[in-house]
Design a protein around this ligand. Structure first.
Ligand code: SAH
Length: 237
C-alpha cells in the first residue's frame, strides 16, 4: 500500500521535488521506517496529489521526494461549508473527522448564544484531525477549519454563496425538496437550539429551513446526516 503524506505548497522546491517535514516526516521515518527509493503519495492540501520516490533522507525529520506523476484525488467539486455548534470535545473530534471524510469544504465552529463555554485551543487539534482524515479518505484538499466565532461574524463569509440552509426542527422541508446549490452553507444549531435573534439573523440572510426527520438529532449527527444527504443529492458522495 502506498502511504500518503501531507506537505503544504511552500515545501515544493520546484515541479519535480518536494520536502516532507515535521510530524509527517517523523511518521514516515520513525514509525513507518520508509527508506530511500520507497514510493509515496503526496498531497498539498490545495487539491493536488502526486506519486513520488524518496530521494534523500535528512535526519531527524526531513525527507526529499522526487515527483514522478500526478495522482488522483477524491475531493468533491461542490463547496459545502458547515456552520456548526461545538459539541463536547470527543464529539467535535468525531464531527471533524466524519465531515472531512464525507466531503465538507470548510468548517466554521459557531459560538451560539446557547453554546456552552468552549475552549478555543482546540483548533490545532481539529486541524490535525482534518489532515489525517483528508489523507485517509483520498482527498488532496484540506478543508479549512476556522477558529470558533460568533454567528454574525461567520455569516459574513457566505455573502457570495448560492445556497444557504439551516437545520431546524420547525416547519422545514426535507433537504432534497430544494434545488441544491453546489456552493452552499449548512447551519446546525447547538443542543439548546437557535434563539429567536439567531433565527431572525438566519432568515435575514435567506437561509432556507430544512428538517432531517422527526427525531431530534445531536449536533454532530445532524451535521453529518445533513452533509451526507446534501453531497449525495449533488451526486458527489
Ligand atoms: N432542543 C433543540 C434541539 C437542538 S438539536 C431545539 O428544539 O431546537 C441541535 C441542532 O441540530 C438543531 O439546532 C438543528 O440545527 C439540528 N437538528 C437536530 N435534529 C434535527 C432534525 N430532526 N431536523 C433538522 N435539524 C435538526
Amino acid at each position: 500500500m502506498i502511504r500518503t503524506f501531507y506537505t503544504p505548497p511552500e515545501n515544493f522546491i520546484d515541479d519535480e521535488r518536494v520536502v516532507i517535514k515535521g510530524e509527517e516526516a517523523h511518521h514516515a521515518l520513525r514509525v513507518l521506517r520508509l527508506r530511500v527509493r520507497d514510493i509515496v503519495r503526496i498531497v498539498d492540501g490545495m487539491g493536488n496529489a502526486f506519486i513520488g520516490k524518496i530521494a534523500r533522507i535528512t535526519p531527524p525529520d526531513s525527507l526529499t521526494v522526487d515527483i514522478q506523476e500526478r495522482a488522483d484525488s477524491t475531493d468533491p467539486k461542490a463547496e459545502i461549508a458547515l456552520m456548526v455548534a461545538v459539541p463536547r470535545p470527543q464529539r467535535m473530534d468525531f464531527l471533524i473527522e466524519k465531515a472531512v471524510e464525507i466531503g465538507v469544504h470548510s468548517i466554521f465552529p459557531i459560538i451560539y448564544e446557547r453554546s456552552p463555554r468552549i475552549l478555543e485551543g482546540k483548533v490545532t487539534r481539529w486541524r490535525r484531525i482534518a489532515i489525517s482524515a483528508m489523507k485517509q479518505c483520498g482527498r488532496a484538499r484540506l478543508p479549512e477549519i476556522h477558529k470558533p466565532m460568533q454567528l454574525h461574524a461567520a455569516i459574513e463569509h457566505f455573502a457570495d454563496y448560492d445556497g444557504r440552509y439551516m437545520a431546524d426542527l420547525l416547519d422545514g422541508k426535507p433537504l432534497l425538496g430544494y434545488n441544491l446549490r453546489r456552493k452552499a452553507v449548512i447551519a446546525v444549531g447547538p443542543e439548546g437550539g437557535f434563539t429567536d435573534t439567531e433565527i431572525e439573523m438566519l432568515d435575514n440572510w435567506k437561509f432556507h429551513r430544512f428538517i432531517l426527520g422527526r427525531r431530534i438529532l445531536r449536533v454532530e449527527t445532524a451535521a453529518i446526516v445533513a452533509l451526507t444527504i446534501f453531497l449525495n443529492g449533488l451526486g458527489e458522495l
